[in-house]
Design a protein around this ligand. Structure first.
Ligand SMILES: Nc1ncnc2c1ncn2[C@@H]1O[C@H](COP(=O)(O)OP(=O)(O)OP(=O)(O)O)[C@@H](O)[C@H]1O
Ligand SMILES: [Mg+2]
Length: 321
């Protein structure tokens, strides 16, 4: 299903955007979520309250943008075919005040209470375990597909903040029949005959050019490839409970994951996970994202002071880890 986008509203929003303070733009944005890379917001204009937007200002050429739009479309469609619930979506092109192309990805907006990283703070431990098992089930669909195909594989970021309970209502129990939606589809990771379709260089564009080499090393050695490895995706999901301020749940999550790998996912031969792997992973991962965001903030500072040029990106706010 597609969301309807009013291109004209988005174009006007872009024209009046203050990337540093999106909520103070000519048409204000209401920020509804942060990821490691981007900011999710609602455009505060009539008829817009049910649409969540992500702004992608990284494209330099038309073919580059067209390719991204194609694989974004393909990724959403194929994950849905594999059996994931994907919110209805669309993307639209507008032009920035400097004349550069910008893509806005839109998704139907889900209620804030339904986002899984909110739920893990409100639910007792047993339903959190059920929720985690539901996430493992969804991931299993993707990795079972990948195992059965050599020509095409999909990467997925399983972090708890990327899932939402469908049709969530306060007080309704989370059970084995609860349905989850997968939100984070704007990094469409698709490998065709072993070749990544998404250009990782796009993510380096918002960093200062003299630092790109170090970020390239951090990124290309691991950040994209990890999303094709079931075990690493689950380590990432578990380690992220540190960032989500629920490290107390980690031992239970490790046990649950290992049990899942040994039973339901036995056919995939996933190696077990232990606390040491989770801790080591988290230290490194937190460092990578801190460096990445730090560089981007520094670049924004350079633009404002030395370069005196507009800085085009909306950066995530402070992330508590
Ligand atoms: N359709 C939506 N409805 C409501 N909230 C959303 C929606 N999509 C995203 N969010 C909120 O924004 C947060 C970040 O979204 P998302 O995971 O898509 O971005 P991200 O992690 O920055 O992605 P990436 O880093 O891969 O670009 C989510 O955890 C959620 O809280
Ligand atoms: Mg995310």
């Amino acid at each position: 299903m597609r969301v309807k986008i009013d291109r004209e509203v988005v174009q006007r929003f872009e024209a009046g955007l203050d990337p540093r303070h999106p909520e103070k733009s000519l048409i204000p944005a209401q920020i509804i979520g942060y990821g490691e890379m981007s900011t999710i917001f609602v455009i505060k204009a009539p008829g817009q309250s049910d649409t969540a937007y992500k702004r992608m200002p990284v494209f330099r050429t038309l073919p580059e943008m067209e390719h991204y739009e194609r694989i974004f479309q393909e990724y959403n469609t194929r994950l849905a075919e594999i059996g994931l619930n994907i919110p209805s979506f669309a993307s639209v092109r507008v032009t920035s005040p400097e004349g550069l192309p910008v893509v806005y990805n839109a998704q139907s907006r889900l209620s804030e209470e339904a986002i899984a990283n909110r739920l893990i703070h409100r639910l007792p431990d047993q339903p959190v375990k059920t929720l985690f098992l539901l996430v493992l089930n969804e991931l299993h669909k993707v990795f079972a597909f990948n195992a059965a195909h050599t020509d095409i594989r999909y990467g997925i970021d399983g972090q708890i903040s990327n899932w939402a309970v469908l049709h969530y209502r306060e007080g309704v129990a989370i059970g084995p029949d609860t349905k989850l939606a997968y939100l984070d589809t704007s990094t469409p990771m698709i490998q065709k005959c072993g070749r990544e379709q998404l250009d990782p260089e796009l993510f380096l564009r918002s960093a200062p050019s003299f630092m790109v080499w170090i970020i390239r090393r951090l990124f290309l050695d691991g950040v994209m490839t990890r999303y094709y490895d079931f075990r690493l995706v689950v380590i990432d999901l578990i380690a992220n409970f540190h960032k989500e301020q629920r490290p107390d749940l980690i031992p239970m999550l490790i046990e649950t994951a290992n049990d899942f790998f040994a039973t339901k996912a036995a056919g995939l031969g996933v190696g077990s996970i232990d606390m040491r792997a989770v801790k080591a992973y988290y230290r490194q991962d937190a460092m990578i994202w801190r460096v990445y965001l730090g560089m981007r903030r520094f670049d924004r500072f350079l633009h404002r002071t030395l370069l005196r040029k507009p800085y085009r990106y909306i950066l995530p706010g402070r992330i508590k880890r």
